[in-house]
Write a protein that binds this ligand. Structure first.
Ligand SMILES: Nc1ncnc2c1ncn2[C@@H]1O[C@H](COP(=O)(O)OP(=O)(O)O)[C@@H](O)[C@H]1O
Ligand SMILES: [Mg+2]
Length: 164
């Protein structure tokens, strides 16, 4: 299932992330696509908040993977932007952390060619004005949880069938 949402501010994106995060559980992955500055980290932060992470999430760009302990679930925040080779990917532990004891939030997943079975793909695209973002979610293997997410996000739903 695919759904398009409109965010008109960073706060909207944070809230959309919070709603999504409230439906996530250990073993899920969120793949975050979009240019630099699109809002991937903002969306990831919203998800993490919903999972009980209260500290500021620094950008993991220089560490590639930053783990957090949430409410009964771990959160692994990946930023693969600067990933240089397969060895480095191996050391991030990405393969071992997908589908296990935590939620994986993965920025720049195209750098690693990963495809977790249970996942939400988030495509973030800039709109005409500076603070507008189109956020498209695609759900895979979510066991029907997507319908709860879709109804909880109704107020952000894009009225027209915007094609990315
Ligand atoms: N609607 C919006 N959603 C998300 N971020 C927005 C929005 N409008 C403006 N911004 C700004 O865009 C930037 C997004 O940064 P970030 O989430 O770090 O991007 P990315 O991780 O995709 O590189 C932030 O400075 C944020 O304040
Ligand atoms: Mg980022």
């Amino acid at each position: 299932m695919r759904k398009m949402y409109i965010s008109r501010s960073a706060e909207d994106t944070l809230e959309i992330g919070r709603v999504l995060g409230s439906f996530l559980r250990a073993g899920d992955s969120v793949l975050l696509y979009g240019d630099l500055g699109a809002g991937k980290s903002v969306l990831a932060r919203g998800c993490a908040r919903a999972l009980g992470i209260k500290c500021d999430m620094a950008s993991p760009t220089f560490t590639i993977m930053q783990p957090y302990a949430g409410d009964g679930v771990n959160v692994y925040h990946f930023d693969l932007y600067r990933l240089s080779d397969a060895d480095e990917l191996y050391y991030t532990g990405l393969e071992d952390r997908i589908g296990t004891d935590g939620v994986a939030l993965i920025e720049w997943p195209q750098q690693a060619d990963v495809c977790p079975e249970v996942r939400v793909e988030a495509d973030i695209l800039r709109g005409a004005d500076a603070d507008t973002r189109y956020i498209e979610f695609s759900f895979f293997g979510m066991d029907g949880r997507e319908s709860g997410i879709v109804s909880a996000l109704e107020k952000y739903a894009s009225p027209e069938e915007t094609e990315l």
